[in-house]
Every structure is written in C-alpha cells, then in structure tokens.
Write a protein that binds this ligand. Structure first.
Ligand code: S3P
Length: 195
C-alpha cells in the first residue's frame, strides 16, 4: 500500500472509531503490547497496557500480585482497570491474556470498543514467552501443556472478538497495518457483533 493510501486509511479509521478504544486480546506472547504500541503510533492515539496499569496502581508486579493475593483478586483488579481504560477512548489498549475471558469486561469492550484478537500458534507463543519469566500461570513444570490448555479453553471466547488477525513473526508495522485494514472493513460493515 502506498503512503497516501495508508494516510487516507488512517484518517478514515480514526474518524470511524470516534471515542471507541481498540482493544487487543489474545494469549500471552501474542504480541498485544508490542503490536498495540505500533498500532497506536500509526493511528496517533494513546496506548495503554492493562498489566502495566495494574502494576502502576497497585505498585506491585503481576507475579507479586498473584503471589500475595491470588488470581481471583488479580482478576477483580484487572476488570476494574480494563473497564476504566476502555471508557477513556479513543485509544489503543493491550490487555492481559485473561481479561477478555471475563464476561463483564467483554460486555464493556463490546459497548465501548473494538476487539482485536491476535491469534498465534503454539510454537510462536512459546518462543515469545520463553524470553521472560513474568507469567505466573506458566511457572510450572510443563508450560507448553498449560499454554495448550489455555488455547483450548480460550480460543472459542477470543473468537468472539470483532476482528481476528494472525500474529506471526512479521514486523509489528505489518501486523498493525493488517489490523487497520481489518478495522476499516469492520467499520464499513457498521456492525458490532452481538452475541
Ligand atoms: C495472563 C496474562 C498476562 C497477565 C497475567 C495473566 C493470562 O498478561 O495478565 O500473567 O491469564 O493469560 P499477558 O497476556 O500480557 O502476558
């Protein structure tokens, strides 16, 4: 796509989303934060990452929160933070992998956002999460089996997202451009999925 076409597309998408947020969902390692940042940069919108926001309000890291209060408390905090971020559009938000699994959070996203599932295969996810030790759910003797189970459990729900983009080893800008085109197509349909 030429620079002029891209600039037109960006303008159209920015106008089309109004005050909505673009919400990236998907498993750990799918690239929600890195692609989200790039997407926000191209669209010239603010970017927020729900895990970072949770860490900043709680002054604890995600592993510390899991350790001190458990997953249930973490999920409650996550829901409050994501709901607040969504209300603050237009923006791009990267969410923690579990956020979209919460029915209330999904409803808030449906009302005020456009959800984008970054879908990746198991090898890609495992390659990416192996680089950091910051995922409490994977602190386990068989993280690959955990990830496989999460794919089974979560993919049907992530599949409810408005847009699905395959995340793979491509440049962040390439994936971000695909998202912008898919959101544009979605806006042209003028339908938000009702489930
Ligand atoms: C989680 C994903 C993590 C983080 C927490 C739980 C999950 O975020 O919120 O460790 O349930 O999938 P990322 O998807 O950004 O790694």
């Amino acid at each position: 796509m030429g620079a002029t076409d891209m600039a037109e597309l960006v303008e159209r998408v920015r106008a089309g989303i109004g005050t909505k947020t673009l919400v990236l969902v998907g498993l750990m390692g799918a690239g929600k934060t890195s692609v989200g940042r790039k997407l926000a940069q191209i669209l010239q919108l603010p970017f927020a990452d729900s895990d970072h926001e949770i860490e900043s309000v709680s002054r604890m890291t995600v592993p510390e929160l899991f350790e001190a209060y458990g997953e249930v408390e973490f999920r409650a905090l996550e829901q409050r933070v994501v709901t607040r971020l969504i209300a603050d559009g237009p923006a791009v938000i990267g969410t923690g992998g579990g956020a979209f699994m919460n029915a209330d959070t999904r409803a808030a996203i449906r009302a005020n956002g456009i959800s984008i599932w970054l879908k990746a295969d198991l090898d890609t996810l495992m390659d990416r999460v192996a680089r950091r030790q910051n995922r409490p759910l994977l602190k386990n003797s068989d993280p690959r089996a955990v990830m496989r189970k999460l794919m089974e459990d979560r993919y049907p729900v992530y599949g409810e997202a408005d847009v699905t983009i395959v995340s793979r080893d491509a440049r962040h800008g390439t994936i971000a451009a695909e998202i912008i085109e898919a959101v544009d197509a979605r806006l042209a349909q003028n339908i938000t999925k009702v489930t």
